[in-house]
Design a protein around this ligand. Structure first.
Ligand SMILES: [Fe+2]
Ligand SMILES: [Fe+2]
Length: 242
């Protein structure tokens, strides 16, 4: 239920990296979050290796969550080559897997994709030359287009973009500059900046990055990788009022 001032409290956490030998790793945390927020957004790397056994463990904790859960997969969830099975298990536990379709919760829109790498500004890789270079860039372009299409379907005045890779370098500060290009792509920000209704962007993936940043047009971006949040807030999730 939204606040008295009409704001929705969105809890966000990325990079859960659930492992096979984990025992109810997020059960208590999700119960705590259910008391403090209206929606939980999971920003990818939900499992450590993309194993179905890992997804089953997280699924049990999602079932124990009493608020709506939305989320996207991360690169780790692709490692075993069966992201669709990981997504299916989490979906069956009640998580809305964004990716193709945006949803609306209490007047706030949620759109999301994993995203991809490719760099920013002058460092952005262009689709030129060898077919494999073009295919690599095409993946980033496809993810950005999926995000843009979802955002276009939303009729809400406020929305949240849920990503794994970062749309900006600003929240990567703290990571080695040499790997920025592997941590996200500007193409995601280009998609977001076409819409006035996006009030916040949450992403993970950059475990050593910085909490706050913005897209070129000024949309707030938050790196909610749990390791970043633990260090900044002493707890592994953020709560945004949207
Ligand atoms: Fe991660
Ligand atoms: Fe990642």
């Amino acid at each position: 239920m939204a606040n008295s001032d009409g704001k929705l409290r969105v809890a966000a956490i990325g990079d859960l990296h659930v492992m096979e030998d984990s025992v109810a790793p997020y059960r208590e945390l999700f119960a705590e979050i259910s008391n403090e927020a209206d929606v939980l957004a999971l920003c990818g790397d939900l499992t450590n290796f993309g194993k179905t056994s890992e997804a089953e463990i997280l699924a049990e904790d999602i079932r124990a969550c009493s608020i709506p859960v939305v989320g996207v997969l991360g690169n780790h969830d692709y490692e075993c080559g069966q992201p669709e099975n990981v997504a299916k298990i989490l979906h069956e536990a009640g998580m809305t897997v964004l990716d193709e379709q945006a949803i609306e919760i209490e007047g706030v829109g949620f759109a999301g994709v994993k995203g991809f790498m490719g760099g920013y500004g002058r460092g952005e890789l262009a689709p030129f030359g060898e077919p494999i270079a073009k295919a690599f860039v095409q993946e980033a372009m496809d993810e950005a287009r999926k995000l843009e299409n979802q955002l276009r379907t939303l009729r809400t005045k406020r929305s949240v973009a849920v990503l794994h890779y970062s749309p900006t370098v600003e929240t990567l500060e703290g990571e080695p500059e040499a790997i920025f290009q592997y941590l996200g792509t500007q193409r995601l920000a280009d998609a977001i900046d076409r819409f006035d209704h996006v009030k916040a962007v949450v992403h993970g993936h950059a475990h050593h990055g910085k909490y706050e940043g913005a897209t070129p047009r000024g949309t707030p971006v938050y790196n909610v990788a749990q390791f970043v949040l633990r260090e900044k807030f002493g707890r592994p999730y953020a709560v945004l009022e949207v």
